[in-house]
Design a protein around this ligand. Structure first.
Ligand code: SAH
Length: 544
């Protein structure tokens, strides 16, 4: 054992035993002396064995640190305890200051270990919901050791940059004006209805949680044991919880709240027009004047960037808001639209409606999959869907779902298989799957809409339907599906497709394409996979 002693600077978390880390417990147990503020020693009393206790009052932090160093230099293991994390307005920095004053070095001086703990920003956030989530900062309103002018500047900076803010030491018996001033500064930048959480004594006996707003926060009790968490411009309240979204934009489709970007869409400038890369790209055109300082302006600026780059958005005010959720993120609703399963022709009225719904801010994407994707910034998907349906348009969710791709049945003239195609769509179109899966239905043996190349291909011939499984449309090794069955009668085709889809849904891995799945499992719905024989590569000489 070292004769030099050791300083263990311990953050013991918010106050409850379950939230003390294992290392903090061990450190308390292995120490000879515990030094801390009275209340803190009481909080961890249950963990003490026979340690000597040096209790001091609140304001004697410097003498506590000095005493700790002195005892460690005598060769003892000294635990210095702080609530939360010892490095956040705690004892860690102070202990180092005392050591440095004495010319301490790691090599020659006493050993020191700083043991991390759960700070109030984290413990209080967990009781409120998920208010931190995004960029956040802590500001202590105590102006005992920090000039108020500096604190004021920090509040101003954090408010203007749309940080979530955790205010420590917000108010005490004598310091009552600081929180009032802080509120005044925040209101210059943030809406009066910005959600604010007040958490008193998190994870202690007198725990008390209040959800309020920036405008009315001062009507509640705020004291020495309170942490105040101020939301950013997108923070919202939902069912008694305070939630800050992960970003300033979300995409959603029918039946799902959030639409993940596909891997190839992520990190692209079009999808993230506010990113540094996208802005650099756009700088020469000077379409957007950045440098907004007010969060309302920041949000407006983000919205403007979206519209400038084509993936557009409306202004915040124009977004209808759902009753329970008050989210200020930009919501982009996307939906697949087509005039019919067999019918490929949009009427002029339908086109007019699509143009109207897309408006200045939305977009219409022409896809190779028999549908147009409409993307519009809105929280009110219902109205859009209702209007599309009123105009006899079919709507489809975007994402990993089942999609029916039929041919036009020779302008609806070879129409025998149309009811089957429509029934397949009615039953399976839009259904969730491990990965998007396309069912091609072609109305004659010409199969000119390429059903044979789809994941599931169905080709009508007089007398029955031929089934193809596991086509791969794209890539250099694209291939047709395997001929699985011929002459399936009309009345059995739906159940056959159902059996295939069901097995894929049950056994497919998330994100696994159907052809890979078929190869992996070897058989689906009674149909066996046959190994595909790759053509022999020949260095063919031209003209040979
Ligand atoms: N080192 C501590 C902070 C000490 S400063 C930490 O990391 O959490 C003291 C301030 O911390 C208090 O005024 C209060 O704002 C906050 N605080 C500490 N413990 C708290 C708790 N259990 N509940 C709410 N706030 C707390």
């Amino acid at each position: 054992m070292s004769m030099k002693g050791k300083l263990l600077v311990i953050g013991f978390g918010p106050g409850s035993f379950e939230h003390i880390t294992q290392r903090a417990r061990e450190a308390i147990q292995e120490s000879d002396v515990i030094i801390g503020y009275n209340t803190y020693v009481d909080l961890i009393r249950g963990l003490l064995t026979n340690q000597e206790i040096v209790r001091t009052g609140m304001t004697e932090e410097v003498s506590r640190a000095r005493e700790a160093v002195r005892q460690a230099e005598l060769g003892k293991k000294v635990a210095v305890i702080s609530s939360g994390d010892a490095g956040v307005y705690g004892m860690a920095g102070l202990v180092y200051e005392v050591l440095i004053e004495k010319g301490w070095t790691e090599a020659a001086g006493v050993e020191i270990e700083v043991i991390p703990g759960i700070s109030a920003i984290n413990s209080c956030a967990s009781l409120l919901g998920a208010p931190v989530m995004h960029d956040a900062c802590t500001i202590s309103l105590s102006d005992h050791l920090t000039p108020w002018t500096v604190i004021e500047k920090r509040v101003e900076a954090a408010a203007s940059a749309d940080f979530v803010i955790a205010l420590y030491n917000p108010r005490s018996g004598r310091r009552t004006r600081q929180i009032v001033e802080t509120q005044r500064i925040l209101l210059k930048y943030r809406s009066p209805d910005t959600p604010v959480g007040l958490v008193k004594s998190a994870y202690r006996d007198r725990e008390h949680v209040v959800l309020t707003t920036l405008a009315s926060m001062l009507e509640h009790d705020i004291g020495m044991l309170t942490t105040v968490i101020i939301g950013n411009s997108t923070t919202f309240l939902y069912d008694g919880k305070m939630i800050t979204p992960r970003g300033y934009q979300r995409k959603y489709t029918l039946h799902t709240d959030e639409q993940a970007l596909k891997p190839h869409e992520r990190l692209r400038n079009e999808a993230e027009p506010w990113s540094l890369n996208a802005q650099e790209e756009g700088l020469e055109s000077e379409e957007v004047e950045a440098q907004a300082t007010n969060p309302a302006e920041l949000a407006a600026e983000a919205l403007q960037l979206l519209s400038v780059k084509g993936l557009a958005s409306a202004t915040q005010q124009a977004l209808p808001q759902q009753p329970a959720v008050r989210s200020k993120t930009v919501s982009i609703f996307e939906i697949g639209v087509s005039p019919g399963i067999a019918n490929k022709k949009f009427s002029a009225r339908q086109m007019g409606l699509l143009a109207e719904l897309a408006g200045e801010q939305g977009e219409l994407e022409y896809t190779p999959h028999h549908q147009v994707i409409l993307r519009v910034p809105t929280d009110d998907a219902q109205t859009i869907v209702a209007r599309l349906k009123q105009h006899s348009l079919l709507v489809f969710p975007i994402g990993d779902t089942v999609q029916i791709k039929a041919c036009d049945f020779c302008n609806l003239e070879k129409d025998e298989a149309i009811p089957v195609a429509e029934q397949l769509n009615l039953m399976f179109g839009g259904r969730q799957a491990p990965k998007e899966i396309k069912v091609g239905v072609n109305g004659c043996g010409m199969a000119c809409y390429g059903a044979v190349m789809e994941d599931i291909g169905i080709v009508y011939r007089k007398g029955g339907y031929d089934l193809f499984l596991g086509g791969k449309q794209i890539g250099r090794n694209a291939h047709a599906g395997q001929s699985a069955a011929e002459g399936i009668p009309a009345e059995r085709i739906v159940e056959t497709v159902e059996a295939v889809l069901q097995e894929f849904t049950e056994k497919g891995h998330p994100g696994e394409r159907f052809h890979k799945f078929f190869k992996r499992v070897g058989h689906v719905a009674g149909f066996n996979y046959k190994e595909y024989i790759a053509p022999v590569a020949v260095d063919a000489v031209c003209g040979d």
